[in-house]
Design a protein around this ligand. Structure first.
Ligand code: PMP
Length: 394
């Protein structure tokens, strides 16, 4: 029967990783794959996670199943991290998922269970996996304007005008912070406008929060999510621990459903457990347990926050250095947006030809849409990249 199957289109980023690995040039620069790297090019196990894992190894006496929503302590700790004291715990249903991707997938499935004619509004552009999961689930997507390529900023009027087309029963997918792939984010005032449009439309917001702590800090990065979740009747939040705890391969994340009406929460909680049961039964536990230990032990938490802050400020310094080098070399301010963007990514705004030239002539590897992973740089490679960008005619 499998003669009916065709091979799937190759993943662009995985292809790029292979091209980079096969490139023999010494000074090549990898700005492709979306993992944090320290100045030595290493994706480290964070100190607090290492300590938590050691304790786990010593103290864990069983690996028996936990529960369909994972460890309740993990859900409590994650709800507290994301929502702070903006909302009562009783207003949030939460379940552990295999990474942020698992949460995104479960969120779409939950919404489709509630509304079989679901449409999901997605930013143009968005994380490609959003689109491929929606396509796989045969859910209709409606793109909304988001990125202004000329200025490297969010096209707020275009975004608001397109979101006005949403209606009750639609999901509007928003990136909580550190937009992937562009790095451009709405300001605080813009978020209030977005909330007003959402209220008016009656659509349900879904926030993808994959980079809390990578933008302006743990609290600042959660602020838009908290504003949305406290302003609208219902909000879905897909959370990833991959980046901010550095536990990528442990597959650690959570799906939260917030309801102002606490009577809805029991059914939401039950459906989150049901969906886990159908898709993979019990969610992975190891990463979730380590994350819970880090969040609930004051010493580990302080160490984690300090290391995360070092990562965040390191990326910000690289942004500022790159913007300054480009200003000096191009004699213009047109790359100033790189210092304003937040998170790991910036969309440079280069054409596919220029991206190809950067790769062929300068050994600079970025995704075809000119998304750069800022964490792939260090102080020494920033001037080389700036030189290459100007020489490639961007
Ligand atoms: N959403 C966005 C926007 C992302 O960039 C990512 C990570 N690339 C995720 C969700 C989920 O990541 P993971 O499944 O590795 O936790």
């Amino acid at each position: 029967m499998f003669e009916t199957l065709r091979t799937q289109p190759p993943d662009k980023i995985i292809e790029l990783m292979k091209l980079y690995a096969d490139d023999p040039r010494e000074g090549k620069i990898d700005l492709g794959v979306g993992v944090y790297k320290n100045p030595d090019g290493v994706t480290p196990v964070m100190r607090a996670i290492k300590t938590a894992e050691k304790r786990l190894w010593e103290d864990q006496t069983t690996k028996a199943y936990v529960g369909l929503i994972g460890d309740p302590a993990f859900n409590d700790a994650m709800v507290a991290l994301v929502m702070g004291d903006a909302i009562e715990r009783a207003q949030v249903a939460s379940a552990a998922t295999p990474g942020g991707t698992g949460a995104v997938r479960q969120a779409f499935e939950l919404a489709r269970m509630a509304n079989p004619d679901l449409r999901v509004f997605v930013s143009d552009p968005t994380w490609p996996n959003h689109l491929s999961i929606l396509k796989h689930l045969k859910i209709e997507t409606v793109p909304y304007r988001y990125f202004d390529n000329a200025t490297g900023t969010v096209d707020v009027p275009g975004m608001l005008a397109d979101l006005e087309q949403a209606k009750p029963g639609d999901i509007v997918l928003l990136h909580g912070c550190c937009h992937n792939p562009t790095g451009a984010n709405p300001g605080a005032g813009h978020w209030r406008e977005i909330v007003a449009v959402l209220k008016q439309s009656g659509a349900t917001p879904m926030i993808d929060l994959a980079y809390q702590g990578f933008g302006d800090g743990l609290e600042a990065d959660a602020a838009p999510t908290r504003l949305v979740a406290t302003s609208l009747p219902e909000t879905l939040i897909a959370v990833s621990c991959s980046k901010n705890f550095g536990v990528y391969r442990e597959r650690t994340g959570a799906l939260m459903a917030v309801a102002q009406d606490t009577d809805r929460v029991a059914a939401l909680q039950d459906n989150l457990a049901y969906l886990n049961r159908q898709n993979y039964s019990f969610p992975p536990d190891h990463g979730a347990r380590a994350v819970t230990m880090v969040l609930t032990d004051p010493e580990l938490r302080a160490d984690w926050e300090a290391e995360l802050e070092d990562m965040r400020t390191g990326m910000l310094r690289l942004r500022e250095q790159l913007a300054a080098e480009l200003r000096a070399r191009s004699g213009s301010d047109r790359f100033g947006f790189i210092a304003e963007h937040r998170g790991m990514f910036s969309r440079l705004g280069a054409t596919p030809d220029q991206v190809q030239r950067l790769r062929d002539d300068h050994g600079v590897y970025m995704v075809g849409d000119s998304r750069m992973n800022i964490a792939g740089l260090n102080e020494k490679t920033v001037p080389l990249l700036a030189e290459a960008i100007v020489k490639a005619g961007v």
